[in-house]
Design a protein around this ligand. Structure first.
Ligand SMILES: C[S@@+](CC[C@H](N)C(=O)[O-])C[C@H]1O[C@@H](n2cnc3c(N)ncnc32)[C@H](O)[C@@H]1O
Length: 370
């Protein structure tokens, strides 16, 4: 996919019809993405592309009556178990209907030599934060299991497909989501650091490495580090990376807590945190932001991408969907209540800018002052 960026304008890719892409530009200082022009195709359901809803955040989050009702339903154990199972089934069947071979991809990893990677990636002295040891995403061991690790890439692909449902393929949907995020990062770098040739990149919460590989492809001369709390996810990341042709700069994988990485201060030009914060309590979000500020060099860039509370699509999710979603995402409410930009400011960041980079996700970029 060809993508051009300009010093003062960002090209954002979106779908305007079946398989058709439209180039859209926004001035570099724009804080929100306006809605796209009307859809040109009758089968297009993405008329809400990049559109903000009326509210600050969805009414199914926080202290609203609807949110409390969903919370009460989820906290009733027998119902929770059913919902958890239902959520998992919906996830897999929706993915497979969208041509994501979920079960095949999982089997391929589980039947591979991935297990051999564990010894070289695992940090035996790691102390997991409490929140990380709870059941999560319908896995009893949360992210600390081979099944969660084997299914992670298919789950990631589903996120892209859900964001751009009218893309001609899952691959295209994911390319759009990832390219738009990387374009927002690149634009921020160009505007505030005057330097897109970043030398050192840290990807906090890298999971099985999809975001890390995206960063390494986008910035081929940079030294890229992927950091995660799950040694299972990191094993898959390392295994997959070994299977592809070698890079000039091999990706380094680190098993650590993003709140306390153990990495030297002032050692990165770009810290990326992609799709991590909706899985974290607010105290972890604050801790990770502080740590990102510490490890970034003056002038360095922070890029957070994740679900957008202001997204019209997210605000209008059906009750069934958001109840299922909340049943496997224990910190979703906290995430939607968190003033992310405010927390970034408190951590010391400046030039904080937010844009909807796809119909469901925002990218928030910021700089460490010189
Ligand atoms: C949805 S995944 C991220 C996906 C990935 N960045 C991408 O864009 O494909 C969220 C990740 O955050 C990790 N995580 C959660 N809390 C963390 C923490 N405190 N430190 C490091 N990683 C954390 C989880 O283990 C999980 O792999």
């Amino acid at each position: 996919m060809a993508l051009s960026t300009h010093t003062n304008n960002l090209t954002i890719l979106s779908i305007t019809g079946h398989g058709r892409r439209r180039r859209r530009r926004r001035p570099s200082t724009v804080v929100k993405m306006a809605s796209s022009s009307p859809p040109s195709s009758s089968n297009l359901s993405s008329s809400n592309v990049y559109e903000e809803g009326q509210l600050e955040r969805p009414k199914w989050s926080g202290e609203t009556p609807l949110s409390r009702l969903v919370g009460a339903l989820i906290s009733f154990k027998p119902l929770y178990s059913l919902l958890k199972l239902g959520a998992r089934q919906v996830l897999i069947s929706t993915a497979e209907k969208g041509n994501i071979p979920w079960r095949e991809m999982t089997k391929e990893i589980l039947e591979s030599d991935v297990y051999k990677e564990m010894d070289s990636v695992q940090n035996p002295s790691i102390v997991y934060p409490d929140y990380y040891l709870n059941p999560f995403h319908a896995y009893d061991e949360g992210n600390l299991s081979w099944l969660a690790a084997a299914e992670a890439e298919a789950a990631t692909m589903s996120v892209g497909k859900r964001a751009i449902p009218n893309a001609s393929s899952t691959k295209e949907a994911n390319e759009i989501v990832r390219q738009n995020w990387l374009s927002a990062v690149e634009q921020h770098l160009q505007q505030y650091s005057g330097n897109v040739m970043v030398g050192d990149i840290l990807d906090i919460g890298c999971s099985v490495g999809v975001s890390t590989r995206g960063l390494a492809d986008k910035f081929p001369s940079a030294r890229v580090t992927g950091l995660d709390l799950s040694p299972y996810f990191l094993s898959v990341a390392q295994f997959k990376e070994k299977k592809r042709s070698p890079r000039t700069n091999a990706i380094r994988w680190i098993h650590a807590n993003g709140e306390d990485t153990g990495l030297p201060s002032d050692s990165f030009d770009l810290v990326s945190i992609a799709y991590v914060f909706h899985e974290c309590p607010e105290r972890a979000i604050i801790g990770i932001l502080r740590e990102a500020f510490r490890v970034l060099r003056p002038g360095g860039t922070l890029a957070v991408t994740d679900q957008a509370p202001k997204s019209k699509v997210i605000q209008e999710l059906s009750p069934v969907l958001f109840t299922l979603m909340k049943s496997t995402e224990p910190f979703l409410d906290e995430y939607y209540q968190t003033d992310l930009e405010g927390r970034m400011k408190e951590a010391g960041f400046v030039n904080i800018e937010t844009s909807l980079t796809d119909p469901r996700h925002r990218t928030v970029t910021a700089t460490v002052p010189f």
